[in-house]
Ligand binder design. Structure first.
Ligand code: 4AD
Ligand code: MG
Length: 462
């Protein structure tokens, strides 16, 4: 059977065309002479209106079974729609009901549900307009990520999820444990949960960066795109315990080059998504945040602001605004500071560079002042940090010193140090939090609503 996707019919369908669609009923209405149902198949925000005439086989019986949520297949003829809003509708000839949905218990009613309620029905919430649009935009972003890097000769490398290193050195690791599910010790169990990757400690990765660096020193330009894990017990609207990260790594590239790549990359993604999902993006602008389209335009057409951490601190100290967290050189910027800079002061994305070495990871390249490192964070209006990156320390002796200062053991990172012994080059990279990007693009306020199944301290059920 060749079926049509609704998005294609709405864009290119012609009157009198014979088609078959499959999908889920969004609404059903009855008038005196016939009934309508709106069918959605996930391919677009808009539904296809289907007209059910009383001449249909078992008309009455069908009408009883077709309710919001039911799954159907409809074969019929397209016709010009007299109604407002869409050009085309489907005159049904045959309707098959695959699965009914009891209107007494089906959790989605024809009204606005809160995002909080929708999180409690994570297995069904993507059938709403907003969550459906989020998932389509997410898909378009993921495709644009690959397209950008592939066009520029980057190799996609798959870095491990189980690892023995703590790349960010922040101690926010989930431990990996193996045990026999049928024989879990109930009390005083003998499993040593800290040493159980076949007798040694191992963790879920917080970042694929260190392995990506190894790959960059073969392939010059590489990127990762995969899940990463952070055991931060923080219930905020921007943190997940499991999130997807994109980490490009470029050999023969300094901090300026790193910023240029990050900016070109974000511009490409916004442009592509506006092109591919215009209806979904308009929906976000209308229903979620009326600055979504203006922000996208701003990203695509304006240069990002670039300034050093030290200059940013000076700006914040001069700001005629009282911050909750006091500003002084050396602090880790809080989201209120980041938001002031990009929302109020510059009103566009800001790239901050050269942070104090004490608040950044061991692998960042020490600057000549020996106080700051070649770091760069991209800050976005309403979200704060969406990208963290740096030029990497490529000098063996300096790196060894920095690892020790960070309280880590150089022996554990012997292979990472080897990369500085054999054919070292200046190199740089960054990490983009994929869900923060989707938040930024759609205006969705809570990060739990831009990933199909969020993992947070309060949810791992579905
Ligand atoms: O700044 P981070 O910790 O940097 C790294 O992991 C580096 N290894 C990246 C690199 O240079 N290759 O994380 C990068 C980005 C952040 O800017 C943020 O967007 C996102 O990852 N992120 C999170 N997103 C959701 N939930 C969390 N708990 C996140 N923690 C970081
Ligand atoms: Mg960071």
């Amino acid at each position: 059977m060749s079926k049509s996707r609704i998005i294609n019919l709405l864009r290119n369908g012609q009157p009198d065309q014979q088609v078959t669609i499959q999908g889920w009923v969004r609404t059903k209405r009855e008038s005196k002479k016939f009934a309508f149902m709106e069918v959605n198949d996930g391919s677009s925000l808009a539904n296809l209106q289907v007209i059910l005439e009383p001449t249909l086989d078992n008309y009455e019986d069908k009408l009883n079974k077709i309710n919001t949520g039911a799954s159907v297949e409809v074969t019929g003829t397209l016709a010009e729609s007299p109604g407002k809003g869409q050009n085309i509708e489907l005159q049904a000839q045959t309707v098959t009901i695959y699965g009914e949905a009891d209107p007494e218990t089906y959790p989605l009613q024809k009204k606005r549900h809160s995002f909080e309620f929708l999180r409690s029905i994570g297995h069904i919430r993507t059938r709403t307009n907003t969550l459906g649009a989020v998932m389509r935009v997410r898909n378009a972003c993921a495709t644009a990520v690959h397209q950008f890097f592939q066009q520029h000769g980057f190799l996609w490398v798959h870095t491990p999820i189980i690892t023995t290193n703590d790349c960010e050195g922040a101690g926010e690791l989930f431990n990996v444990t193996s045990f026999d599910l049928n024989n879990i010790p109930q009390e005083n169990g003998e499993i040593d949960y800290s040493q159980d990757f076949f007798g040694r400690p191992a963790y879920l990765t917080v970042s694929g960066q260190l392995e990506a660096e190894a790959m960059a020193l073969t392939f010059d330009r590489v990127y990762t795109f995969g899940p990463t894990f952070r055991a931060e017990n923080s219930n905020t609207s921007r943190h997940l315990a499991e999130f997807w990260m994109i980490e490009p790594e470029m050999a023969f590239c300094d901090l300026k080059g790193d910023m240029d790549w990050a900016e070109a990359f974000l511009k490409h993604i916004f442009k592509t998504v506006l092109d591919q999902c215009p209806e979904d993006m308009e929906f976000f602008n209308k229903r979620i945040d009326d600055s979504v389209l203006a922000t996208a335009d701003n990203i695509i057409n304006q240069d990002f602001e670039r300034l050093s951490y030290t200059s940013a601190i000076a700006l914040l100290e001069k700001a005629d605004k009282k911050f909750e967290y006091p500003v002084e050189w050396g602090i880790d910027l809080q989201s209120e500071h980041e938001r002031y800079l990009c929302e109020e002061y510059f009103q566009k994305p800001v790239i901050l560079t050269d942070y104090p070495s004490d608040i950044k990871a061991f692998y960042m390249r020490l600057n000549d002042d020996e106080k700051t490192v070649g770091a760069m964070d991209v800050l976005a209006p309403k979200i704060g940090e969406i990208i963290g990156g740096s030029q990497r320390e490529e000098r063996l002796d300096v790196l060894e010193k920095r690892i020790k200062e960070a309280g880590m053991e150089p022996e554990q990172l012997w292979w990472y140090l080897d990369l500085r012994r054999y054919g070292t080059v200046p190199h740089s990279g960054f990490g983009l939090g994929f869900e923060r990007l989707i938040q930024f693009m759609t205006g969705m306020q809570n990060i739990r609503d831009v990933i199909p199944f969020p993992r947070t301290p309060d949810n791992a059920e579905f």
